[in-house]
Design a protein around this ligand. Structure first.
Ligand SMILES: Cc1cc2nc3c(=O)[nH]c(=O)nc-3n(C[C@H](O)[C@H](O)[C@H](O)COP(=O)(O)OP(=O)(O)OC[C@H]3O[C@@H](n4cnc5c(N)ncnc54)[C@H](O)[C@@H]3O)c2cc1C
Length: 414
């Protein structure tokens, strides 16, 4: 391994974790980690939650202390961007003009927010939330001299709803506009999305479903002032945050002729169509044994576990990526955890205390458990992850039985 060089493009969760995992697994060659943001690698989850309220400090965002990289002999290049990739000579060109030769290249370029395709989408006061700089801008606007603002959030996905919860905590008036018939439709069961919608409405969020934004209108200052919806309603807005999903950053891969299709396509070892190049994290579409098809997952766990798999591959262990996916979201005091994949299920069984907001939704496809959504039930989540990893034979009938207790069942099985 000595003398070999690994270049990692994208100094986010997946990129930083790859560099760390390579050293932890004994890689002694050179490691260069390139990030286009000016910050050392940091975590994104607090950006829509505690960081906006001030509960999470800037230094707590960092994934690793800045001293970690030199101490581990990892060259960290922040504020530079990979703009070219020549696979023939195995070289990456940076915007600064520097050229980096590699034996193994890891693309961990993440994703960027989709823009709203309507007139007025580029007005001042229309924001998206992906990086620390976006969160700083939003935080300053939400503080805005203690004024109560009209905040319009476009998109009732995780980022939109987390932001709505944070803004309500800060006392702002919040309207969420969603084109689909229910909140979190692509990510959650109808049971869980109904519960979360009710909780948001109970706390004063105006949730407009099946409504589309057709135009953003400016006020006298030139800043955004309102949203026009498809039924003609005007929603007042001092500030608009667009949270309508992301696009994977694939430009480098496309330019170099790698196979791409809503993400950089990789095999079960996370290798792209070029065996010397891996792609991981939000930018990669991989064959998931849990989904039974190629998927692109946007979660910290996926980025971290894929980083470890690639580091192991570089160090000579050829294990396929089979980790059970999991994800969490925090909205108000509600902690949602998802184990496995629940999209595409054909049967859902609810267990626990829905009234008290402590329950889990067990999602099955053709009688097989594919995922479990747990609200304020951390134990269910932990056990579900283990069951899914082991290939559980839990049936919908078992879950539906009166007195069903997952902890009890797990104890019996061990
Ligand atoms: C506001 C917010 C809240 C979230 N909350 C949760 C949560 O609660 N739970 C959870 O599991 N997940 C959450 N996520 C998702 C999670 O943060 C991502 O899945 C994870 O960061 C993906 O890691 P990544 O390394 O693939 O991408 P990123 O962390 O986005 O890192 C990619 C990096 O590559 C850089 N880059 C791109 N192109 C280039 C280039 N050509 N040259 C150099 N650098 C480049 C990007 O600027 C970026 O810094 C959240 C995400 C956001 C934005």
């Amino acid at each position: 391994m000595a003398g070999r060089s690994v270049v990692i493009i994208g100094a986010g969760q997946a990129g930083s974790d790859t560099a760390a995992a390579l050293r932890a697994q004994g890689f002694t060659g050179s490691i260069t980690l390139v990030g286009d943001e000016r910050h050392p690698p940091y975590q994104r989850p607090p950006l829509s939650k505690g960081y906006l309220t001030g509960a999470t400090l800037r230094e707590d965002l960092l994934l690793r202390p800045e001293t970690f990289y030199p101490a581990q002999d990892i060259e960290l290049l922040c504020g530079d961007e990979a703009v070219g990739l020549d696979r023939e000579i195995r070289s990456v060109t940076l915007r600064s003009g520097r050229e980096l030769r590699y034996d193994t290249l890891v693309l961990a370029t993440g994703a960027r927010p989709r823009r709203l395709p309507v007139p007025g989408a580029d007005l001042p006061g229309v924001l998206t939330l992906r990086g620390a700089d976006d969160s700083d801008t939003l935080r300053a606007r939400l503080a805005d001299g203690g004024r109560t603002l009209d905040l319009a959030v476009v998109g009732a996905g995780f980022i939109g709803l987390e932001l709505a919860a944070t803004a309500r905590k800060l006392g702002h008036r919040v309207t969420v506009v969603e084109a689909l018939p229910r909140a979190l439709q692509r990510a959650l069961s109808p049971e869980m999305s109904a519960h979360l919608s009710t909780e948001h409405q109970r706390r004063g969020v105006r949730l407009l479903l099946r409504r589309e934004v057709t135009e953003l209108l400016a006020g006298a200052t030139g800043e955004v002032r309102a949203l026009r919806l498809n039924d003609g309603e005007l929603v007042p807005a001092d500030l608009v945050v667009v949270g309508i999903g992301v696009l994977p950053n694939v430009d480098l891969a496309v330019g170099a002729g790698l196979a791409v299709g809503d993400g950089i396509l990789v095999d079960e070892h996370l290798r792209t169509s070029d065996p010397d190049i891996h792609a991981i994290g939000d930018c990669a579409r991989f064959p998931s044994p849990h989904a039974g098809r190629p998927v692109r997952l946007e979660s910290v766990q996926n980025a971290t576990d894929q980083a470890r798999t690639v580091a192991a591959a570089v160090c000579g262990a050829g294990e396929p990526y089979t980790a059970v996916p999991w994800f969490w979201s925090e909205q108000y005091e509600l902690r949602l955890q998802i184990a496995g994949l629940t999209a595409g299920h054909d049967q859902a069984v609810v267990a626990g205390d829905v009234e008290q907001g402590r329950f889990s939704v067990f999602c099955f496809r053709e009688g097989r458990l594919t995922g479990v959504e747990s609200l304020n039930r951390a134990a269910d989540h932990g056990i579900s992850r283990r069951l899914l990893a082991a290939g559980t034979d839990l049936t919908p009938e078992q879950v539906a039985r009166p007195g069903f207790d997952l902890k009890h069942l797990a104890r019996q099985a061990t």
